[in-house]
Structures are given as C-alpha cells and as structure tokens.
Design a protein around this ligand. Sequence first.
Ligand code: SF4
Length: 320
Amino acid sequence: MPEKLLEVMELKKYFPVKSFLSRSREYVKAVDGIDFYIRKGETLGLVGESGCGKSTTGRTIVRLLEPTGGKVIFEGEDIITYDRKKLKNVWNKMQLIFQDPFASLNPRLTVGDALEEVLYVHNVKDHGERYKKAVELLEMVGLSSNYLTRFPHEFSGGQRQRIVIARALAVNPKLVICDEPVSALDVSIQAQVINLLEELQKELNLTYLFISHDLRVVKHISNRIAVMYLGKIVETAPSDEIFNNPAHPYSHALISAIPTVDLGTSGEKILLEGDVPSPVNPPTGCRFHTRCNYKKDICSQIEPEQKDLGGEHYVACHLY
Ligand code: SF4
C-alpha cells in the first residue's frame, strides 16, 4: 500500500463567539478532534451536511486558519509547528481549489497574467520560461493558449474552474484540497471537471482531499470516504464499502437520500428528523443522538470511540 502523505490527528478548530447573555466565553466547535489520513496518489472524499466543519477542516490543514489543537503530519512532519517561512515551502506542495472560480480569480488580470503571477512568486523569474509554462498549464487543463490574453469574465463557469485548476498546478503540488470544486457548475460541466481532475491525478500522481456535500460526486472520484457530522468524523471506509455497507446511522441516512436507483441500496429513504444542533453547545455523548433512530441510553452519555471494522473501515457508534 502507498505510504501516507497526510495524517490529521485530533485536529480542532474553535471560533470564539460573543454572547450578551453569558459572561463565559463560548466557542463554535467547527472541527472538534478529527483523525484521518490520505495515502499518496489516492482521493479521500470528505462529506457531510453544510456547516458540519468540512471546509474549515480543509482551510485548517493548509493553515489558512490557525488550528486550536492537534497535528497535521505532511510528508512525515507536523506542519502545525512551522513558522511562516517554513510554511511557504509547504504551500508549494499543497494547493486549495475553492467552489467559486470567479471569486478565486482577479477580474483585472488576464489568464496569462494570473498564471505568470503564481510562477513569479514561486521563483520562475525568466519571462520566456513563465510564458512557456503558462501555455503548458492551459493545455494540460484542456484550454487553448489563445485564452492567455482573456479576462475571467470572458469564460464560462467550467472554463474558469479549469483556469483555477491550472493555477493550482503551476507550483507542482503533491496534495490538492478541492473544496466543493464543482458545486457551482451545471451537472454536465461537473462531470467534465471531475474527469479532468481524475486524468490529472493519474498523469501527475496527485493526492486529493475532495470536500463536498454531494455524495454522488464524492462516490465517483474517491477511493475512500470520511463522513463528518457536527465537527466529528463518524465513519471512514473505502468508497464501495461505505455505499454498500454503511455502518453509522448518519451515513446510512445520507446514502439513502441520494436520488438515484443504481447505488445498490434498498431504495428505502431514511428521513432525518430535526435540525443539526448548534456547534456551540453540541449534544453530549454521541453528537448524532438527537436525530438517531437507533439511540440507546449510553448514546447521550458517552462519546463513542472509533472502532476498527477491518479493511480500513472505521466507525464511531455504540452499535458496534
Ligand atoms: Fe445512534 Fe447511538 Fe450510534 Fe450515535 S452512538 S449513531 S446515537 S446508535
């Protein structure tokens, strides 16, 4: 099995919130002690409802947000301990792709300037070399070099996301964190961008953390999937395993709600009752107990630990 490129251990990210009623300081526990790893060349899908902490996880790994606690082991070293200077070298190897490609691109820069800017910052000082590399990058993502002189508003959403991917690849990253990269695109365009990401992964031996609320998309691209609920990872397993044998009641409900007929599920939909509780005061014990149809007395009292079901399948639930 390939070695681990990234290992996240007990990662936490809390945001302070002001409360006029309470004197004590309160925190939104967006990410509250999560563990997972990604092997070289694989894709780990991170799924969950909106607000569960998955985007915060991606931003905390690359330290766009400073973690509250935990470790992020990248290529064998804990980058949480790195100062800004050392972090710059890590950022060459880790790139983030966001949901909205229009917001990610400077409207005043042509595509060529946007690509050359990144190359310049990463020490490609010769203009001729930068131009050649910019042409190569555009061609790599299926766009013509004629587009180098155009501005972001002249492109469709799918083309803009291709440009964002080209810019991410400019620094030869090893890990790409894709945060809802196709959610803003039409379904037909989504498939094209996902196929492009898969082709680039094979060609460049990239490793992906693919964050999405859309299980259909995640199933298509991921080798393994981690399911997140209210700041915690509740289940991790190989993609086929989690779709055929979901162990956690929350994963089961999410999968049953996918509007397709070809996933091998019984077709019975499990409706989740109630809203996701507040991450400021999450439920005690298992955080899912307020919405779980299988809860037992212990569930509201003791937080379940991750249990190893074998074959890289882990679940945090008192049923096991
Ligand atoms: Fe449901 Fe209990 Fe399992 Fe939580 S620990 S998912 S409440 S059965």
